[in-house]
Design a protein around this ligand. Structure first.
Ligand code: AMP
Length: 113
């Protein structure tokens, strides 16, 4: 989508600190980190949110989870990490392109606020 900031990052039009990339997925460091490790994992294809995952695009969504596991292993997050996808306005989704926050390096509350 032409006005989507994450589509622009995926297309290389906006710079980002890339952590992982393959044909379907891009992972980059969050510009406003909420934890010592805060990486966003997105499908390159525009999917609005987790509510829009379907039979046609679920391979890209699954690849995001695979990338999260790969990054967690590479970054040595043996103590644990949190993987979050905010879906919709009331959940706090500010960018309407599916993304998974990979957060680590501090303790996390449960349930989240
Ligand atoms: P959410 O609020 O769950 O939609 O998450 C969107 C995330 O995108 C926030 O944590 C922002 O800090 C992050 N973000 C927004 N713009 C950029 C950008 N240009 N580069 C990296 N992260 C960004």
């Amino acid at each position: 989508m032409s006005d989507c900031i994450f589509c622009k990052i995926a297309a290389g039009g906006i710079p980002a600190k890339i952590a992982y990339e393959d044909d379907l997925v891009l992972a980059f460091h969050d510009i406003d980190p909420k934890a010592p490790t805060h990486i966003l994992i997105i499908p390159k294809e525009h999917i609005v949110s987790a509510a829009d995952i379907n039979a046609e695009n679920s391979a890209a969504a699954a690849k995001c989870l695979e990338a999260a596991a790969k990054l967690a292993a590479e970054l040595g997050l043996a103590d644990g990490f949190r993987l979050v996808s905010n879906c919709g306005d009331s959940a706090g989704q500010s960018v309407k392109h599916l993304h998974f926050h990979l957060l680590a390096g501090r303790d996390f509350m449960w349930p989240p606020g």
